[in-house]
Design a protein around this ligand. Structure first.
Ligand code: AMP
Ligand code: MG
Length: 403
């Protein structure tokens, strides 16, 4: 059976970023850049004052304390370019262009202004309090590279260089389908042989919190004909289908059969990991993808975070090495594992005086959703490891955005 790493490399061979689109900048936050963003002019475009004060010639202040004649003023936004001749100074405000002839700005706190003149208490250094032209960037220089997610600072950069519209990768359209005749919706009455569908709401929450994905969410019966028809309909409008349940070897596990009937090619079915071993990945016609996650809630979550969400991030334009983010963190308590295959152990993240540390959370089985509720993610314990001590640094995959 293939390892989780092999399974991910199979997924990576098939998923590609979606075709990029052009968006107004105000709608682009959270999306991945599909173009390099360059400075449209030098940044700053001219020498600029970083402070409120006086523009001076350094040579005039050699014998400070001394006074200079005040000959004008430039404020931010003013196109005036007064000249600072020997023996004179110009009042300047933060963000204003430095007048010709001046080579330093003295902050207002180190001066006294009196009728027609300004007294300077001390000398100035050349370039003091001046932001030099091109200090941040030259015209044409790349400021943001294709493939990064547009966060607030990056949107600010785009605005600063005049990009009112921007090329980005769109969000994949996703459908979540929960199979199982025993499933009822959250608000419904459940009889003893029925259970509430928890995978659907959990996965929709995971998609919503990942901030980049639109979900359609429904249930399906354990009926191969109807499931095949549903898959065909959803394929027409979604890039990725995420199914839960029906991927094991039971009499009513019809996902593999239905996927094949709907034109899908199974790329793997079964991964050496616990929980989540029966997971299935298929490609569908038209560059669509399907993940069949096992029905047990912890298996479904594990498969989603290990493969389905990373695939969605890749389709959203992230570079391959950024799609499966993990943290390396120390354990707060020892942890035992059976070994033999990768074990994903639930863990809770604690912030104490020593920084973030992980506390393993016991779970009875992959059906133990209650223990999942006490966890922030999973520790990936490699197949060859059976015991870890407090203080050992482990690989943690968060199951939610960290506070
Ligand atoms: P399956 O993978 O279909 O064999 O389901 C494995 C176990 O997970 C069974 O006990 C199911 O009842 C349970 N299960 C399947 N789907 C869901 C769901 N959407 N929410 C909660 N439990 C589920
Ligand atoms: Mg089932």
């Amino acid at each position: 059976m293939i390892t989780p790493e092999e399974a991910w490399s199979i997924v990576l061979r098939h998923v590609r970023p979606l075709r990029c689109i052009d968006k107004p900048l105000r709608e682009a936050a959270g999306l991945c850049l599909a173009e390099d963003v360059r400075a449209d002019r030098d940044q700053p475009p001219a020498d600029r004052s970083a402070m409120d004060g006086y523009a001076v010639r350094v040579a005039d202040l050699r014998r400070a304390p001394c006074s200079l004649r005040l000959v004008g003023e430039v404020a931010a936004g003013s196109a005036a370019r007064p000249r600072v001749a020997p023996g004179t100074c110009v009042r300047i405000l933060t963000g204003a262009n430095v007048p010709l002839g001046a080579d330093a700005v003295v902050v207002v706190e180190q001066t006294r202004e009196r009728r027609g003149g300004v007294a300077f208490l001390s000398r100035a250094e050349t370039g003091a309090n001046i932001l030099r032209r091109r200090e941040e960037a030259r015209k044409g220089e790349v400021l943001l590279r294709k493939g990064i997610i547009l966060g607030p600072a990056q949107v600010g950069v785009c605005a600063a260089v005049g990009k009112a519209r921007i090329k980005v990768f769109p969000r994949p359209r996703v459908a979540v389908v929960c199979t199982g005749a025993e499933l009822r919706e959250t608000g419904a009455k459940v009889r003893p042989h029925e259970i509430r569908n928890s995978n659907g709401p959990a996965l929709c929450a995971a998609l919503a919190l990942s901030g980049r994905i639109v979900a359609d969410h429904r249930r399906a019966p354990d009926d191969p004909e109807r499931l095949t028809a549903l898959l065909r309909r959803l394929m027409a409008k979604c890039d990725v289908l995420i199914l839960t349940g029906g991927v094991s070897v039971g009499r009513y596990d019809f996902v593999e059969e239905s996927v094949k009937k709907a034109g899908g090619k199974i790329r793997f079915h079964g991964v050496a990991m616990k929980p989540g071993k029966p997971i299935l990945y298929a490609t569908l016609p038209g560059r669509r993808h399907l993940f069949g996650l096992p029905g047990n809630p912890l298996s479904a979550m594990t498969g989603f975070y290990e493969f389905a969400l990373p695939a969605l991030l890749r389709m959203s334009g992230l570079p391959p090495d950024r799609c499966r983010p993990t943290l390396r963190l120390p354990l707060r308590s020892p942890l035992a594992s059976k070994g033999g295959r990768v074990h994903f152990k639930l863990a809770r993240l604690f912030w104490d005086e020593d920084g973030p540390r992980l506390e393993p959370v016991d779970s009875r089985s992959s059906a133990d959703l209650a223990s999942g509720g006490r966890a922030d993610g999973v520790i990936a314990v490699p197949a060859h490891v059976t015991a870890l001590d407090a203080g050992d640094v482990v690989t943690f995959r968060p199951w939610r955005p960290l506070p």
